[in-house]
Design a protein. Structure first.
Length: 478
């Protein structure tokens, strides 16, 4: 099983194992209608060769939420149909919408919780999910994904933090599963068993007393029994540990659980792959061969290939990496991985989402709202001198790097290696200086910088600068 092998998911076959997970764009307006900018974003992913494109969360109800796509009534079908037609006309990528219901939040920091919903309101949510997936089928999508992860309604019921005490209560696993079970039954009744339906859940919640892989293994089994065509594993993103910013609605991705959902540069790569492997193995041991997807800093080709080839998961979800470079699949498949615009996990996109502004990548050219078109003919950036000189100066517990400009460079990739390690890219910047604050005193490091065009075409790397960082004073007696 390899990264570019096709995979059958219910009634659809995706051409490879690379998934664009749902990532809010805020490219629509407050009415939630598909815009040309929305279409352009997803057509770009299709042109880049992603196997499965999951469109950003679409709300099944009317509530104030800023520029978020909707699928709450039939009036939204024409715009969604235009989106699917344009994607299908571009490549053999498959496209599904992520269907979502969320509870109310306020700028004061107040939020509605699962125990505030009446039984009648729960019944309405069940019907709304079924109607929404039926609309997705009518709009020409290849399937649908139910969002039962992060801070949203289905996940709030599934959580160990569910405060209800009735038949949907958090004091038993069956109680927590009751809502998603009813939703799946209604979805199948209204959209049919031949329409592929996946479910996204948290592999772990990463909040105090939240559920872990111990529970998610059992949740996955129940979803397989309910007929889920794939299970997509995420993590965290909960309200329980979110930090409230006065005057803004609570954002569920700024606590530790949010860091695990959208891990920044300080967290390890492929950090959820091991958890996914546990879930996958448990499913197989119970006779379920339902495909499993996993996300979490998997944009390094070697990591993506290892996860799939090793059977840890069937599909790799790459959100920010494919935002930075939608042509990632084509470049990897054609052996041009060195041309990838590599995400540096600065999380500017996450910050934009948190304030309901248009989500872009900080590595794109200034003012762009879409990734630049790939052009292999773009000339590599060039230094003014044949061999650009990089300077690295130790300054107390940091190393300050400076280098000259390179004509045609949109970004500069900074690489570092210690005494025995291989060089690794540790940041990508648009300026010609950088400060490394992650060094260990008394050790030697090697650096070089590589200029890249906006399309990812790399230029010649700079000279290598080697520097020994002074040992701290407390090491004098060691």
């Amino acid at each position: 099983m390899k990264l570019f092998d096709p995979l059958k998911i219910g009634g659809m076959t995706i051409p490879n194992r690379i998934m664009v997970p749902a990532m809010v764009t805020h490219l629509c307006k407050e009415d939630g209608v598909v815009t040309q900018d929305t279409i352009d974003r997803y057509v770009r992913y299709a042109a880049g060769g992603a196997g499965l494109i999951v469109v950003e969360a679409m709300a099944i109800h009317q509530v104030k939420s800023g520029p978020l796509l909707r699928i709450r009534d039939d009036n939204y079908i024409p715009g969604l149909r235009e989106l699917t037609q344009k994607v299908h006309a571009t490549s053999d990528s498959k496209i599904v919408p992520q269907i979502i219901h969320f509870l109310k939040v306020a700028r004061s920091g107040w939020r509605q919780t699962a125990d505030m919903l009446s039984l009648a309101e729960i019944d309405q949510i069940v019907e709304q999910f079924g109607d929404a997936v039926r609309r997705a089928r009518e709009a020409g999508f290849d399937g649908a994904e139910l969002h039962s992860a992060h801070a949203y309604t289905l996940s709030s019921f599934l959580s160990r933090a569910n405060p209800r005490t009735d038949e949907y209560g958090g004091d038993s696993l069956e109680g927590r599963l009751r809502l998603i079970g009813r939703v799946m039954e209604n979805v199948r009744r209204k959209a049919g068993w031949d329409f592929p339906v996946g479910v996204r859940i948290n592999a772990e919640e990463f909040i105090k007393d939240g559920y872990t892989v111990v529970d998610s293994k059992h949740i996955a089994v129940r979803l397989a029994e309910l007929g889920a065509d794939y299970i997509s594993l995420s993590a965290g993103g909960k309200f329980e540990d979110a930090v409230h910013t006065p005057g803004q609605v609570l954002f569920p991705y700024n606590g530790y659980s949010g860091d695990r959902c959208m891990p920044g540069d300080w967290l390890p790569r492929a950090l959820h792959a091991g958890i996914a492997a546990e879930v996958k193995a448990h499913l197989l041991s119970r006779g379920h061969r339902v495909p499993v997807a996993v996300a979490g800093k998997l944009d390094a080709p070697r990591d993506a290939e290892r996860v799939v080839a090793g059977g840890m998961a069937d599909i790799v979800g790459i959100a920010r990496g494919l935002l930075a470079d939608p042509d990632w699949p084509i470049k990897v498949r054609s052996g041009e991985a060195d041309r990838i615009v590599q995400c540096d996990y600065c999380n500017v996109c996450k910050a934009l989402d948190g304030t309901h502004r248009t989500v872009i990548c900080a590595l794109w050219p200034q003012g762009s709202i879409q990734a630049p078109a790939d052009d292999p003919a773009v000339q590599a950036p060039k230094w003014a001198q044949a061999e650009a000189s990089l300077t690295a100066i130790p300054n107390q517990s940091r190393v300050e790097l400076k280098w000259p400009k390179a004509a045609g460079a949109a970004t500069y990739q900074v690489y570092r290696a210690d005494e025995q390690g291989d060089p690794q890219m540790i940041d990508a910047v648009k300026v010609t200086f950088w400060v490394d604050s992650g060094v260990l005193g008394g050790h030697t490091y090697r650096y070089f910088v590589r200029p890249c065009a906006a399309t990812g075409t790399p230029g010649q790397r700079s000279t290598t600068a080697t520097v020994k960082v002074p040992a701290p004073s407390y090491m004098a007696a060691a």
